[in-house]
Design a protein around this ligand. Structure first.
Ligand SMILES: [Zn+2]
Length: 276
């Protein structure tokens, strides 16, 4: 009887210790959709950004900034505990987002930026409807495929299919997973295009009545290696929301088996870029 009690107490203390450890170390996060745009620079120094990431357990980021100097400045901090995966953003100034795919100056700008030899992908770029048939969109998709770069597209589902038609097999992060694309359509596209990864910011249907939407849960269980998280700090005020956003993601992921939660939180992002 005494032995049994001792075993019981030992089991209790081990349980408590693991609970304390997990409380102290929240699930690490790979933020696969962030921007360090010029407007944020006066309030958010690179040091302040790094400090925020440390505070929130963000261990890696996919950085895409307008202009690209923002990303370069974050990399120059050389924070040993934060991995920064730079993407080439094809925007010099805000209005470029509307016509970058039809502007020869952007083509020259992208060519020059690529010479840095540091970028792992191109994006986030915005493109909708038939604009995706612009010759430069097709060219950049083929260039990405040829150079083993990712694309990061903020697009409707129709555009995603056009891009994948231009360059079959190109690796593509779908910003916001279409934002409002029906989940039936998302599921069909994930089945059809194995190189498509969904980023989850601004998907307002992730939760229903305060818990994980069952249709999303099914998608996560079916494709645990195909989703990543993002803050999408597209306007300066969004930086203030990053703590709540990360708390939201951790709460949502807590409804999934631990290994799948870890994959979506950070392991998928690391694996996509050959990091550990
Ligand atoms: Zn964005």
């Amino acid at each position: 009887m005494k032995m049994r009690l001792q075993k019981f107490l030992l089991a209790c203390s081990l349980l408590m210790m693991s609970a304390i450890a997990s409380a102290a170390e929240p699930l690490p996060i790979f933020d696969a959709h962030m921007h360090y745009n010029i407007e944020a620079r006066s309030t958010w120094s690179p040091q302040r950004v790094i400090a925020l990431w440390r505070q929130l357990g963000i261990r890696a980021v996919l950085a895409t900034s307008r202009p690209n100097d923002g990303t370069l400045d974050l990399m120059a901090q050389n924070a040993p505990d934060i991995k920064i995966v730079p993407f080439l953003r094809p925007y010099r100034v805000q209005p470029d987002r509307h016509d970058w795919f039809a502007n020869p100056e952007i083509e020259r700008f992208v060519e020059k930026e690529l010479q840095r030899g540091i970028y792992r992908g191109i994006g986030e770029f915005h493109i909708f409807g038939k604009d995706a048939d612009a010759p430069y969109m097709a060219k950049i998709a083929r260039l990405a495929k040829a150079r083993d770069l990712w694309l990061h597209a903020h697009s409707d589902e129709d555009v995603i299919e056009r891009i994948l038609h231009h360059a079959p097999g190109v690796k593509l992060i779908w910003a916001h997973t279409g934002m409002s694309t029906s989940l039936d359509k998302v599921e069909a596209m994930f089945a059809q295009y194995p190189n498509l990864v969904g980023e989850l910011s601004f998907r307002s249907d992730l939760e229903q009545n305060g818990s994980l939407n069952p249709q999303w849960k099914r998608l996560f269980l079916r494709y645990p290696d195909r989703f990543v998280l993002g803050s999408d700090t597209w306007v300066t005020s969004r930086w203030d929301d990053v703590p709540q956003l990360m708390a939201f993601y951790r709460r949502m992921l807590s409804e999934l088996p631990a290994d799948i939660a870890e994959h979506i939180a950070y392991k998928n992002g690391l694996a996509m870029f050959g990091l550990q």
